[in-house]
Design a protein around this ligand. Structure first.
Ligand SMILES: Cc1cc2nc3c(=O)[nH]c(=O)nc-3n(C[C@H](O)[C@H](O)[C@H](O)COP(=O)(O)OP(=O)(O)OC[C@H]3O[C@@H](n4cnc5c(N)ncnc54)[C@H](O)[C@@H]3O)c2cc1C
Length: 401
């Protein structure tokens, strides 16, 4: 790492440097916000420079052509609650591995202990573990090594992750593999695992319950329709009860969407552009109701926007298109389809109080996540405002309990 230009604000925490180091000289340490950063044991380092070469902040390999764009959703109402937007991820994986015995699908899952990390799926029955966005930085542990092993054994591999994780894998592998399909998504930025844990612990403590399962992007029922754009949060407890809130009411989603939670490097992201590093890029088709009402009319449960970046991606989409069944898949205009998806082409501006918020999360051990948020955003609230907020919080808790 000596030769690297990486400073903390640029490091994206992909862990490729740790995984590539032949001398095991790099270990990932957690900073005060709860994000991973590499630390080098100088006694072990032989200055081979591999950590520098593998770093996605140093080397990017974008597709040279602009992508094509498709709109996709599954019309099967039973399935629509299983994924964040239109279910493109599962459909693409299915098309890629169908008829193949030897495959591995890598993506982010919420694992035992409520830890978000990349896992390897080799049995289609378990693939749903990868579905849904998890608005937390996923731990890549040693997946780049595992992918390399799988590819060397001639397995078909799908790797899905943030654009920087995809580039990290490409740098780690160092060459192209025909049997590797790369999928990234439009990434708004990743919160730290520490912030997510504080949120989950706060809810569990306030309600006096144990969390069984967290489901991001719960599609809340509002009126007769299921509305995907409520981007709800749903938590199932071990006593069978649950908590469900829209993004406007849930404190984690409010903090995330207010840009209080993202990793510092996300504001410097080099991947917010139309030219992508993967074969296919997934996103939410925001604004479909206005831009393409013909596709939105019967579908309020989420629509995917997919950027088709490479020939491999295009062939796969063609393959799906020939077999469409209970689904909509159409090519649409790139400019129109992407103009409302700001994080696709612009980096996020962090909230001016982000440092203070993370400081509160770390230092104020007795404050709940919600109190940290309130005290960050309205630190000078008078006693009446504080009491009013407390009553409102209690009302929410009672409603959900
Ligand atoms: C942190 C984050 C920010 C996002 N920001 C935007 C945005 O601003 N605009 C937009 O259009 N879309 C955004 N997305 C993508 C969007 O939420 C959907 O995930 C995407 O549209 C795919 O939906 P789907 O229905 O096809 O599949 P889903 O079933 O929802 O797909 C899930 C896929 O995402 C991967 N994944 C989920 N969480 C993570 C994670 N933490 N780290 C790495 N990989 C993960 C899974 O491995 C799986 O491949 C974001 C996703 C995440 C995780």
């Amino acid at each position: 790492m000596k030769k690297s230009k990486i400073t903390n604000s640029f490091c994206c925490g992909c862990k490729a440097c740790e995984q590539v180091c032949p001398k095991y000289a790099i270990s990932m340490k957690i900073d005060e916000k709860g994000f991973w950063y590499p630390r080098i044991d100088k006694k072990k380092c032989v200055e081979c420079g591999l950590c520098h070469k593998v770093c996605p902040e140093n080397y990017q390999s974008f597709q040279t052509n602009l992508p094509e764009c498709i709109v996709y959703y599954n019309t099967d109402k039973e399935k629509q609650q299983e994924y964040s937007s239109g279910g493109a991820f599962l459909r693409i994986c299915k098309a890629y591995v169908e008829g193949k015995d030897d495959y591995a699908i890598y993506g982010a899952a919420i694992t035992t202990g409520n830890i978000v990390k990349h896992i390897r799926i080799t049995n289609w029955d378990n693939v749903n573990q990868l579905s849904r966005s998890k608005y937390v930085q996923s731990d890549t542990e040693n997946v780049y090594k595992q992918v390399k092993t799988d590819l060397s054994m001639k397995k078909y591999v799908v790797f899905s992750g943030t654009p920087c994780q995809v580039q990290a894998l490409k740098n780690f592998l160092g060459k192209e593999y025909e049997r590797l399909l790369l999928i990234d998504f439009v990434c708004h930025g990743v919160p730290s695992p520490m912030a997510y844990k504080k949120y989950c612990d706060s809810i569990a403590k306030t309600l006096g319950k144990k969390i069984d399962k967290v489901l991001f992007r719960y599609k809340q029922e509002i009126g007769p329709d299921k509305k995907w754009d409520t981007q709800g949060m749903s938590i199932l407890f071990d006593d069978g009860t649950d908590y469900k809130e829209t993004r406007a009411a849930d404190v984690y989603m409010r903090a995330f969407l207010s840009e209080l939670l993202s990793r510092p490097s996300c504001s410097e992201c080099k991947y917010t552009k139309l030219n992508r590093v993967s074969d296919l890029t997934l996103g939410d088709f925001w604004g479909i109701e206005e831009e393409y009402p013909q596709f939105a009319i019967q579908n309020t449960a989420g629509t995917s926007m997919v950027l088709v970046n490479s020939l491999k991606g295009r062939e796969l989409v063609q393959n799906i298109k020939q077999k469409v069944c209970n689904e909509i898949l159409k090519y649409v205009d790139l400019e129109i389809a992407t103009r409302r998806n700001v994080p696709l082409t612009s980096t996020i501006e962090p909230h001016p109080m982000r440092e203070q918020f993370y400081d509160n999360l770390r230092k104020k051990k007795n404050w709940s996540f919600e109190e940290c948020l309130d005290q960050t955003l309205y630190p000078r609230g008078n006693i009446v405002q504080r009491v009013a907020r407390k009553i409102y919080r209690m009302a929410c808790v009672n409603r959900n309990g």
